[in-house]
Design a protein around this ligand. Structure first.
Ligand SMILES: Cc1ncc(COP(=O)(O)O)c(C=O)c1O
Length: 335
């Protein structure tokens, strides 16, 4: 029976969903949404805050500031409330209202960027605002999830060992790429401790992380308009890009089985299934993917029919018509 006094002390690290019943092939989904922040970002936030405390740059009176599309903002709000710091979350127009309300309810402030930069989109505009704020007022401390090594170290320390412990015969690990903290922490751990595991990064189509031209993306979490400084591609064996419409379809398929996950889970699951169909069509490798959060924060976007059809077209939610069927057929398990 876990009994805690601080909200950051609870994290369910050993819960996996077998997606065989949903998609007709085994893929284990590590669920990171069961903590008080509702996402995997609690681990990165805690590691970054505690590293800043240890180094002495975070002291009473410091105001934390961070650029976040939502989940890190919630996680830092919880840590700020728990440890007695002020926190300002800089986000953009794609951040959903419920997430902003959550951050404010936890006692932190939100600044929303409404105009993307011509070069680098919303992310570049958010980072510029944070830099200018820190330059103008010495009380502000930017933990900077995009460059802070504590971001990937959190996953090296917690996420990857949990996967290795639960799946000693793991063949392939699928990791979504946002700041690439999760990807780099897990990839480093497996390359050092279990190098036979294939590391596949899953990115949103239109993201510039692994090269390729930028294109508009509406679902927060994965993908960037600026190449993430934490990324070291030498640890990554393969990359899959997923169009947002496939993200949405995977989310709705999971929801119809009672599993309401966030947008990036749909991306990672869709990318993983496509990779498995292509590279392991007849075999049954032990495969794990990470679900960074749950779906309630996406009820006004990914799970709202009007929003989906306006952005992705009237066939977007025709789950029996699209690629998934072709993909399932190619795996010999069409239903
Ligand atoms: C919704 C969501 N998707 C994906 C990720 C993975 O991102 P990162 O590459 O920053 O570790 C996160 C953050 O942890 C997230 O909250």
């Amino acid at each position: 029976m876990p009994i805690i006094s601080e909200p950051e002390d609870f994290h369910e690290d050993d819960l996996f969903v077998d997606l065989a019943a949903t998609f007709g092939r085994s893929l284990y989904l590590k669920c990171e949404g069961f903590n008080f922040a509702g996402s995997i970002k609690l681990k990165a936030a805690r590691e970054m805050v505690e590293a800043a405390e240890r180094s002495g740059v975070l002291r009473p009176g410091t105001v934390l500031v961070e650029s976040s599309s939502g989940n890190l903002g919630v996680a830092l709000s919880i840590l700020a409330a728990s440890k007695g710091y002020e926190f300002l979350c800089v986000t953009d127009a794609r951040c959903n209202l419920a997430t902003k309300r959550l951050i404010e309810t936890l006692g932190s402030r939100v600044h929303t960027i409404v105009e993307p930069d011509a070069d680098g989109g919303f992310l570049a505009a958010r980072l510029r605002y944070v830099r200018e704020l820190c330059a103008s007022d010495g009380r502000y401390l930017w933990l900077n999830q995009y460059t802070n090594p504590a971001n990937w170290k959190a996953h090296y320390r917690w996420t990857a060992p949990s996967i290795a412990r639960n799946f000693p015969d793991l063949d392939v690990l699928f990791l979504g790429a946002g700041t690439t903290g999760t990807l780099m922490g897990c990839a480093r751990y497996f390359k050092e401790h279990h190098p036979r595991v294939t590391i596949v990064a899953v990115d949103a189509a239109g993201s510039v992380t692994f090269g390729g031209p930028a294109a508009p993306r509406m679902i927060p979490g994965l993908g960037t308009g600026v190449r993430p400084p934490l990324l070291d591609v030498s640890y990554v064996d393969d990359v899959v890009h997923v169009p947002e419409v496939d993200t949405v379809r995977a989310c709705h398929r999971l929801a119809r089985k009672g599993f309401l996950f966030g947008g990036s889970t749909g991306t990672v699951v869709s990318g993983a299934l496509r990779w498995l169909a292509e590279f392991a069509p007849g075999g049954d490798p032990t495969a794990v993917a990470i679900a960074p959060d749950l779906g309630e924060r996406y009820l006004d976007s990914v799970y709202q029919r009007g929003w989906v059809e306006e952005i992705y077209g009237p066939d977007a939610l025709d789950l029996d018509h699209e690629e998934t069927v072709t993909m399932l057929q190619s795996m010999g398990s069409a239903r």
